[in-house]
Design a protein around this ligand. Structure first.
Ligand SMILES: Nc1nc2c(ncn2[C@@H]2O[C@H](COP(=O)(O)OP(=O)(O)OP(=O)(O)O)[C@@H](O)[C@H]2O)c(=O)[nH]1
Ligand SMILES: [Mg+2]
Length: 470
C-alpha cells in the first residue's frame, strides 16, 4: 500500500512537473455516483470534473472559493480491472458543434482526479501544498437494488416479481409464457432462454414505463455476462415438489449463482469501499409518468437505502466487512426543467421521499442531505402570458425537433405529502398528469475557456460530498 501511494505521488510529480515537496493529504476520497438508468450519472461526473478542472463556477465549494486549490488534474485510476470513466468522449459529445447528450453507459467505471491544495489554517502554513485524490466511481443504481436479493430466496424473489407481472399490462407476455411453462418438467435450455428473454423484455418495458423495481439488475445491463447461464433464468410460481433435474430447480440454482458470482463480488470489491455517495434521482420524469411509477420509485429508494444501512443487522454487515459510507447526497437531477421558483418544492419533495425511505429501511448512520440540481443547465427562464395569466416558463432547444421552445412545465405541489399519499393510493386523477415530459438538448458552447459549465447547485453538492476533506 505504502509503495503504491509512494509510486503515485512520484507519477504525479513526473507527469505534472510539480514540486517534490507535495505530499498526500489523507486517504483518497472514494466518491460513488449512482442512480437508476438515465438519472444523469454520466453528465454529473463530466460536468463536475470539467468544472473542477476549469476552476470556475464553483463558488460554493469552499476550498476553491478560498483560493486554496492550486491545481486540478486527472491521474491514473487505482483499480486496473475497472473501466476508466470516458471523460474525454462524454465531454466531446456535450461540447461538439452540435451538442448531444452522452451515450448510455453500462456497468462500472472509475476516474481519479487529483487536487493540489493548501490545507486550511495551521496545517496549511506548516506543510505547504498537498495532494488529495478523489476517486469517482460510476455504477448503475440497478445493481444496488440487487443487494436485497441476497436476503431473498428464489421463492421469495419469484413471488414479489410475479405479483408485479400479474398486476401490470406489460407483464402479459410473461404471464402467458408462465401459464404454458411447467416448472416440474425436465429442464431445457430453450425454456430457460425463453423465460429469461421474456422476463428481460418485461424489465426493459418496466424501466421505460418508469417502474423502478428492476431486479435482477444485470438483466438490463448484462455487460460481459450477456448470454451466460447466470443471467438466463426467470421467476416461476412456487412448487411443492420439484425433482433435481426440473426446470424449477435449475432456475433456482442459477438465481443462487447470480447472487454468489455477480451480486456479492460487486458489493465486496467496489461498493463496500465507497465513503461518500451521491444518489441521483430523475424525479420529474417519474412524477410525469404517473402515480404507480412514483410509488415504485419510493419503494426502490427504500430498497436502495438498505444498501447503506449500518449496524449488525444490516444486509451489508451480514455479508461483508467494509467501510462505512459517511455521507449520502440525494439529488433530484435536471432541475433546469423547472423554474427556480419551484426548486424549493422539488427539494422538499425529494426530502420527503428520502425521509420516508429512510424510515422504512430503518436507515441511520451516514449524514444525508437532499437537493435539486442540474449538472448542465440547458434552459433559461422566461415569463409568458397565457389567457391573461403570466406563467414562469423555461426556454431551451427541444431535443426532438432542434427548435427553440418555451414551456410551462407544470407546477409541483407545495405539500410533498399530498403527492406521496396520491401515489400510495395510485389514484386515477393524478395531479401531475400534465407535467411536461419535453427533453432539452445540451446548450451550445457548454464549456467556455476558463469558465466551466453552467449548472445548478453542482458546487453545493460537491461541498457537501467532499468539501470537508479539502
Ligand atoms: N436538462 C438537463 N438534462 C439532463 C441533465 N443531466 C442529464 N440530463 C438528461 O438525462 C439524460 C441521461 O443523462 P446521463 O448522464 O446519460 O444519465 P445516466 O444515469 O448516466 O444514464 P445511463 O448511463 O443510461 O444509466 C441525458 O441524455 C439528458 O437528456 C441536466 O443537467 N439537464
Ligand atoms: Mg451513464
Amino acid at each position: 500500500m505504502i509503495s503504491r501511494i509512494g509510486q503515485s505521488v512520484f507519477d504525479t510529480v513526473q507527469s505534472t512537473g510539480q514540486n517534490i515537496n507535495d505530499a498526500l493529504f489523507g486517504a483518497p476520497i472514494r466518491l460513488g455516483v449512482t442512480g437508476l438508468a438515465r438519472s444523469g450519472k454520466t453528465v454529473f461526473i463530466t460536468s463536475l470534473v470539467a468544472n473542477l478542472l476549469a476552476g470556475g463556477r464553483m463558488p460554493q465549494l469552499n476550498a476553491l472559493a478560498q483560493g486554496r486549490v492550486e491545481l486540478v488534474f486527472l491521474q491514473q485510476q487505482p483499480d486496473d480491472t475497472v473501466a476508466r470513466f470516458d471523460y474525454e468522449t462524454h465531454l466531446g459529445a456535450l461540447t461538439s458543434p452540435t451538442p448531444c447528450w452522452p451515450e448510455n453507459t453500462k456497468g462500472i467505471s472509475q476516474l481519479r482526479l487529483t487536487l493540489r491544495i493548501r490545507p486550511e489554517g495551521f496545517l496549511g502554513g506548516l506543510r505547504g501544498t498537498v495532494l488529495q485524490h478523489i476517486d469517482i466511481i460510476d455504477y448503475p443504481g440497478e445493481w444496488l437494488l440487487d443487494l436485497t436479493l441476497l436476503e431473498k430466496s428464489y421463492e421469495e424473489w419469484s413471488a414479489s416479481a410475479l405479483a408485479n407481472v400479474d398486476m401490470r399490462d406489460i407483464g402479459a407476455d410473461y404471464a402467458t409464457l408462465l401459464a404454458q411453462t411447467d416448472g416440474s418438467a425436465a429442464f431445457s435450455e430453450q425454456n430457460a432462454k425463453a423465460l429469461a428473454t421474456t422476463y428481460g423484455r418485461y424489465l426493459t418495458q418496466a424501466r421505460l414505463a418508469g417502474f423502478p423495481d428492476l431486479t435482477p439488475g444485470r438483466f438490463l445491463l448484462p455487460g460481459d455476462l450477456a448470454g451466460s447461464p447466470v443471467i438466463t433464468f426467470g421467476p416461476l410460481r412456487s412448487l411443492d415438489k420439484a425433482s433435481k433435474t426440473s426446470l424449477y430447480r435449475e432456475m433456482r440454482r442459477r438465481y443462487d449463482a447470480y447472487k454468489d458470482k455477480v451480486v456479492r463480488p460487486f458489493f465486496r470489491d467496489h461498493f463496500s469501499k465507497i465513503d461518500r455517495q451521491i444518489v441521483l434521482i430523475d424525479m420529474l420524469d417519474t412524477l410525469a409518468t404517473g402515480p404507480q411509477a412514483t410509488k415504485d420509485l419510493r419503494n426502490s429508494l427504500r430498497d436502495l437505502l438498505k444498501a447503506f444501512r449500518t449496524g449488525r443487522n444490516s444486509i451489508l454487515s451480514k455479508f461483508f466487512i467494509g467501510n462505512r459510507v459517511e455521507k449520502i447526497l440525494f439529488a433530484a437531477t435536471k432541475a433546469d426543467h423547472i423554474p427556480q421558483s419551484q426548486h424549493k418544492d422539488m427539494a422538499a419533495l425529494i426530502q420527503a421521499f428520502v425521509d420516508d425511505a429512510a424510515r422504512a429501511a430503518q436507515f441511520s448512520g451516514a449524514q444525508t442531505a437532499s437537493m435539486a440540481i442540474a449538472s448542465l443547465r440547458s434552459t433559461t427562464e422566461t415569463e409568458q402570458t397565457h389567457n391573461g395569466l403570466s406563467l414562469e416558463c423555461v426556454r431551451g432547444t427541444d431535443l426532438e425537433t432542434g427548435k427553440q421552445v418555451a414551456v410551462f412545465p407544470g407546477k409541483l405541489p407545495q405539500n410533498p405529502q399530498s403527492i406521496l399519499s396520491e401515489a400510495e393510493q395510485a389514484i386515477d386523477n393524478w395531479s401531475l398528469s400534465d407535467f411536461s415530459t419535453l427533453k432539452f438538448a445540451p446548450p451550445k458552447d457548454a464549456l467556455r475557456a476558463g469558465e466551466g459549465m453552467a449548472h445548478i447547485r453542482l458546487d453545493q453538492a460537491a461541498q457537501f460530498l467532499f468539501g470537508d476533506k479539502l
